[in-house]
Design a protein around this ligand. Structure first.
Ligand SMILES: *Cc1c(COP(=O)(O)O)cnc(C)c1O
Length: 231
């Protein structure tokens, strides 16, 4: 069997109910997902819309599908009917499109804002400064902003990674406070914020992420083995 059952059990023990394990199954065959499903696992993450739709069609309906990575606006409509959580909301135009497609499906879709925390140049994600006090997140009825997602630098420097995760945790805590306040005239702009989820940590850095307060880790290669191509 292609899944690493020992690693899976070990991970569950490490997470100890304090963090959700999203099994990142991109590029992996249905049998691998089914095998993990048969062990009781329900949270799976995919990066490609077509692959996600195909797998969701063929696998059991009680799977909670997480969309990871960059989502193109013109493809939101394909996953809007069923997606459980979108981790990588990286622009307001994408948020607007998710809201529109969620409305069409009579749903409120849970989303995480992707925050740019790594030193590396990337095109995707918000800067921390764009979050605080912004009223731009105000307008949506069919999206629920339930937290933040971030990816640390791809590096062997554990101090660097630790700092990046720590920064994301601070930002999460700051916005969690404002989202927990009763809506008043001052805080009404935060009505879309209901922060409970901090998605950080992958196969190579999840232990640091947990130590820094992550409550959702996204783990692929540790569970399913290396992918044929890196994403
Ligand atoms: C692929 C991917 C993961 C999982 O990566 P591994 O290193 O295989 O655990 C996690 N998060 C995102 C956004 C990904 O694209």
């Amino acid at each position: 069997m292609a899944i690493n059952i020992e690693k899976y059990s070990y991970l569950l023990k490490q997470l100890n109910g304090k963090a959700t394990l999203v099994a990142v199954s991109k590029t992996k065959p249905l049998e691998d997902l089914q095998a993990l499903y048969d062990l009781g696992h329900r949270d799976f993450g995919e990066n490609y819309v077509q692959e996600l739709v195909d797998k969701a069609t063929l696998l059991p309906k009680d799977i909670r599908w997480h969309f990871l990575g960059h989502l193109q606006s013109n493809k939101v409509k394909y996953i809007a009917p069923f997606v459980h959580l979108i981790h990588g909301v990286d622009s307001l135009s994408l948020l607007k499109e998710i809201d529109k497609q969620a409305a069409k499906n009579n749903r409120v879709i849970d989303c995480l804002l992707q925050i740019h925390i790594a030193k590396e140049e990337t095109k995707f994600g918000f800067d921390a400064s764009e979050l605080s006090g912004s009223t731009e997140f105000n307008h949506w009825r069919n999206v629920n902003l339930v937290g933040l997602m971030g990816m640390a630098s791809f590096s062997n420097d554990t101090n660097l990674i630790r700092n990046e995760f720590s920064n994301l945790k601070s930002l999460f805590d700051a916005n969690k406070q404002s989202s927990n306040k009763e809506a008043t005239d001052d805080t009404v702009e935060m009505k879309n914020f209901h922060f409970t989820i901090l998605s950080m940590g992958m196969s190579g850095d999840y232990e640091i992420a947990l130590e820094q307060g992550s409550n959702m880790v996204r783990i692929g290669s540790l569970l399913f083995g290396e992918r044929n191509y890196k994403h």
